[in-house]
Design a binder for this molecule. Structure first.
Ligand code: FAD
Ligand code: NAP
Length: 450
């Protein structure tokens, strides 16, 4: 009797759920996760993808070339994958870009995600009642269509962040050149040259390593470096931020010349700014143009004032992108299943954003807005917070399973092990990529062989 009452209540709640027609902009890993979880929540997603297949930056023919030729992932597959779909066991822990592209296509197939390929979204315009007009272009021409909600999954590796290096104009003459890591592909063009890399996160670290034994000398300007340090055997100089280029070709920290030959080329591994060419800032009430933050995004995923505009994959550095995108997508699916299209009241959403912005404004580092996650907590807590905040009827994903928490903890402990093995200097060997993890997910135990 009790059970049948519960079932009736569940059926009633199910009957009250709202089903929305949703445009998903982009068919990379964020777009496929969004479509999967929107479908699961009872919505009707339409994925628009400019390229010819799923995969985003990892697709066989991507729409941008940010993934350089010899890239291997810097996360083991056991951390990158969705707990609902393993990478093939025949692959090593650290896979190449092609394997990640194939994984995303298999994911789309497994969860019945379809897309309109060769379709570029040109304009997303707000309509009355929180609805949206979406204009997209295919080879057949332009189409306009109305949607109840839009989720933006267009990635953020299209528009480089280009800071000015002091003295670069005096330095830049003749054969000297500056490029951004977006356009770096292979080390060979730098053979015998002296190269300055600016930025010491993933791109800076990978490129410095690739240039070892190819370039004549490498300089790396990095925020973690406090003093000029040179290793003449490795032919590398670590340089603090604030160093200036000079017309004589050399780098100077105040009046001290950095040891090494004159700089021939600069590679800016300085990251990206957000770009949503199909959204007009004034029209949608957002700020993102040319910035390393976008606002006002509640929980990094929902326009605080226009809740039917969602974003998946906004964070800049996430330890496990696909599981994070899944948790964000599940949250949006549940939020949009309510008649309000949101799980929290407007005032709460606005104050969440205001509080985060005040922290960022105090530090003067807008780029941290989407690095730290939910208030003061880690990326792992963020996933848990999203799952807790969006109670859903029992479904089939790992996020709703009994072992969700244990599973996430296992992923976190593998990630921490990988972090402990990460090189302490950008030019150091990437021995961590030769480690192989074997995991017993049921027991939550793992081994690593390096
Ligand atoms: C060099 C590099 C290395 C990385 N290495 C790792 C790694 O080792 N492990 C890891 O997990 N992550 C890594 N990442 C992060 C990685 O990008 C994310 O994991 C993930 O691929 C991001 O997926 P996304 O769907 O958000 O964006 P993307 O992969 O960029 O996909 C966006 C898609 O949207 C489409 N699109 C854009 N605009 C439109 C439009 N107007 N209309 C229609 N379609 C549009 C694009 O064609 C593209 O297919 C790396 C990133 C970079 C740049
Ligand atoms: N093999 C791989 O798997 C791989 C390889 C490359 C990239 N990636 C991924 O690709 C994404 C982008 O990585 P990314 O390294 O290109 O960009 P990023 O993570 O945004 O890092 C850029 C770095 O440049 C610094 N920087 C900016 N301006 C600077 C200046 N004027 N002087 C010195 N440093 C400056 C930034 O510091 P502030 O933030 O303090 O300004 C930041 O540390 C990440 O998700 C990353 O994980 C992965």
């Amino acid at each position: 009797m009790h059970k049948s009452l519960l079932m009736m209540a569940a059926a009633l709640a199910e009957g009250l759920r709202v089903s929305r027609r949703v445009a998903v902009v982009g068919g990379g890993s964020a777009g496929v996760a969004a479509a999967r979880f929107l479908k699961q929540a009872g919505h009707k997603p339409n994925v628009f993808e400019t390229g010819a297949s799923f995969g985003g930056v990892w697709a066989e023919r991507p729409t941008n070339n940010v993934v350089y030729k010899n890239l291997r992932t810097n996360l083991p597959k056991q951390v990158m994958q969705s707990p609902d779909l393993d990478f093939p066991s025949s692959l090593p822990s650290y896979v190449d870009g092609r394997a990640l592209g194939a994984y995303i296509s298999t994911y789309a197939e497994k969860f019945g995600v379809e897309a309109t390929f060769g379709a570029r979204v040109l304009e997303v315009t707000p309509l009355a009642d929180d609805r949206w007009q979406v204009k997209y272009e295919t080879q057949q021409g332009c189409v306009e269509d109305d949607y109840d909600a839009v989720v933006v999954c267009n990635g953020h590796y299209e528009a480089p962040y280009i800071p000015e290096i002091p003295g670069q104009d005096e330095w830049l003459n003749g054969d000297r050149s500056i490029i951004h890591s977006l356009h770096y592909n292979v080390p060979e063009p730098y053979e015998g040259k002296s190269v300055l890399i600016v930025g010491g996160r993933s791109s800076g670290v990978d490129i410095s390593r690739e240039l070892q034994n190819v370039a004549d000398w490498t300089y790396i300007i990095e925020k973690k470096c406090s003093d000029l340090v040179s290793d003449s055997q490795k032919r590398v100089t670590h340089v603090p931020v604030g160093a200036a280029l000079n017309a004589d070709g050399h780098l100077y920290v105040d009046s001290t010349k950095a040891p090494g030959p004159p700089v021939d080329s600069v590679i800016l591994a300085t990251g990206y700014v957000y770009a949503f060419p199909f959204l007009q800032e004034d029209e949608v009430g957002m700020e993102f143009e040319g910035r390393r933050s976008c606002r006002p995004l509640y929980l990094h995923l929902q326009h605080a004032e226009r809740p039917t505009l969602g974003f998946v994959g906004i964070q800049l550095a996430v330890p496990c992108p696909i599981p994070t995108f899944e948790a964000q997508s599940r949250y949006l699916g549940e939020a949009w299943a309510t008649s309000e299209g949101a799980l929290t009241p407007l005032g709460e959403r606005q104050s969440w954003v205001a509080q985060r912005l005040s922290t960022i404004e105090a530090s003067g580092r807008e780029q941290d807005l989407h690095y730290t996650t939910a208030e003061g907590s880690s990326a792992w807590a963020y996933i848990r917070e999203l799952v807790d905040a969006a109670p859903s009827p029992p479904k089939t994903s790992w996020l709703d399973s009994d072992d969700f928490d244990a599973r996430l903890s296992t992923v976190e402990s593998i990630y921490r092990d990988r972090g402990a093995r990460y090189p302490t200097k950008p030019w150091h060997d990437d021995a961590y990529r030769r480690c192989e993890y074997s995991v017993d997910w049921e027991r939550g135990t793992w081994d690593v062989a390096c």
